[in-house]
Ligand binder design. Structure first.
Ligand code: B1M
Length: 210
């Protein structure tokens, strides 16, 4: 089996040790680290993302695969020259103020990183002020807002209003179990995604990147 397929298989089964071994072998054989990342790690994580959306795998499998991907990334990093890994854009993500749920947000974050985006994760319970400060500091291309409670999704509107001055330079995507496309339209978000895999697709569309 070609080495890239072996890497993908190990990653999808969440076997971090095998990912490290096979990635090292591929690098020793002279395979381009960027090819390993794009056609190995990212392709495998995209497959996991689609399976997750289709309920063919569940949260633990995604987290284990993501951990294996991080191991793979650590293995290739020393082989990357400065410009080799072009990030596709910066995403600022956080769960809204009053809301402590972060499992879904973390999955979205992991999937975005796996898709080649730089992700700044602000964590949970994030106020308008914190979002604005972070936008000033990191100049993201996209702000991604998560909420899991019907009582906290309304705060997304406050954040969107707080970011009004920056709308020319960034897009906003919202998501979380109680959020719908209708709600996203009402509060003036640029996009809504029902799950982590769709969030990556929507962000790609917003930024017009592959
Ligand atoms: Co909470 N909780 N919880 N909880 N909790 C829910 C959400 C609830 C539906 C349970 C229920 O009553 N059936 C209910 C909300 C009801 C409602 O408002 N509609 C609820 C409640 C009421 C509460 C408390 C108020 C309970 C209490 O104290 N009385 C309290 C609130 C605390 C707070 O936030 N202030 C509370 C607390 C907690 C825990 C701390 C115990 C824990 C959170 C731990 C953590 O996150 N670190 C917890 C959990 C685990 C849940 C359930 C069981 C699971 C949530 C989860 O992680 N799902 C949940 C019930 C349920 O969903 N079955 C529940 C797995 C995760 C992968 O899915 O988060 O939906 P999800 O993320 C998905 C998508 O939504 C989407 O992609 C993800 C992956 O596909 N997505 C995005 C998420 N963010 C996105 C952003 C995007 C795009 C897509 O773009 C930016």
């Amino acid at each position: 089996m070609p080495i890239l397929n072996q890497i993908k298989e190990a990653l999808m089964s969440g076997d971090a040790n095998e990912v490290r071994k096979r990635t090292t072998k591929a690098l020793e054989e002279g395979l381009d680290p960027v090819v390993i990342i794009n056609d190995g790690f990212i392709t495998a994580m995209n497959i996991i993302g689609v399976k997750f959306r289709n309920n063919e795998v569940y949260v633990p499998e995604v987290l284990i695969a993501a951990r294996a991907m991080h191991t793979g990334m650590d293995t290739v990093k020393p082989y990357l020259t400065g410009a080799a890994l072009q990030e596709k854009g910066t995403i600022l993500i956080g769960t809204v103020k009053g809301d402590l749920h972060d499992i879904g947000k973390n999955l979205v974050s992991i999937m975005l990183q796996s898709g080649g985006f730089r992700v700044i994760d602000l964590g949970i319970d994030i106020s308008v002020e914190k979002f604005v400060e972070a936008v000033e500091e990191y100049k993201p291309d996209v702000v991604a807002i998560s909420a899991l409670l019907t009582s906290t999704i309304t705060y997304m509107k406050n954040i969107i209003e707080g970011l009004a001055d920056y709308r020319g330079q960034l897009k906003i995507i919202v998501g979380g179990a109680p959020v719908t496309q209708d709600f996203a339209d009402q509060i003036g978000a640029d996009a809504y995604a029902p799950d982590a895999a769709s969030a990556v697709e929507k962000v790609r569309k917003l930024l017009e990147v592959a």
